[in-house]
Design a protein around this ligand. Structure first.
Ligand code: AMP
Length: 188
């Protein structure tokens, strides 16, 4: 049996990491763990956690680290993620979350999917998700620069980070992503 592949994909909202996350999880047969999707599902199901999460999400604010760490620890513990591996999309978003993740699982690679801020604003305006009000979009991009960009140094210092150009067609970007994953994780 091959070793699990454990990946994190970082990138601004609207960088295409959700779309690419679905494609990559299918290509490598690993779990696509999107914290945003999990929170939206909890909100739609009307669970107490989901209703509380909605307040933060509608403002474009981040949920508290301890809440997110609990959600992710539980998900990574499930069979698919622990056996085959995972691609984390939307977590970690703070250095605190990254430190907590280090205690949950070792990582093979952290990918920064790089798309300029002006370009993601155009893309998000086009996708029209309900939590995509102009105020929430601006707030999320500011929070990304303040809270999530420090993760680039955090993972860069550990030699885990690779930056991939996220500008191009979905197929082009997927090809670039698969090349860096294959280089980091040669099948034995
Ligand atoms: P996303 O779909 O990844 O853009 O996430 C949508 C929203 O869910 C974010 O704007 C946050 O409000 C919340 N969220 C998702 N992941 C996290 C996280 N790791 N930490 C804190 N809040 C999160």
């Amino acid at each position: 049996m091959s070793e699990p592949i454990r990946l994190v994909i970082l990138g601004r909202q609207g960088s295409g990491k959700g779309t690419q996350g679905v494609r990559l999880a299918e290509a490598y047969d690993i779990a696509h763990v999107s914290t945003g999707d999990m929170l939206r599902a909890a909100t739609a199901a009307g669970t107490p956690m989901g209703l509380e999460a909605k307040v933060f999400m509608d403002r474009g604010d981040l949920l508290p680290d301890d809440v997110m760490q609990g959600v992710v620890a539980e998900r990574l513990d499930q069979d698919d993620a622990s056996t085959n591996g995972f691609l984390l999309d939307g977590f970690p978003r703070t250095v605190g979350q990254a430190k907590a993740l280090a205690d949950m699982a070792p990582l093979d690679l952290v990918i920064d999917l790089d798309v300029p801020r002006e370009m993601v604003i155009e893309r998000m305006a086009a996708r029209g998700r309900v939590d995509d009000t102009p105020e929430a979009i601006a707030r999320r991009l500011d929070l990304y620069d303040e809270q999530t960009r420090p993760l680039l140094d955090f993972y860069g210092d550990q030699g885990l980070l690779v930056t991939v150009d996220g500008v191009g067609t979905e197929d082009e970007v997927e090809g670039r992503l698969r090349a860096v994953i294959d280089a980091a994780h040669q099948p034995s």
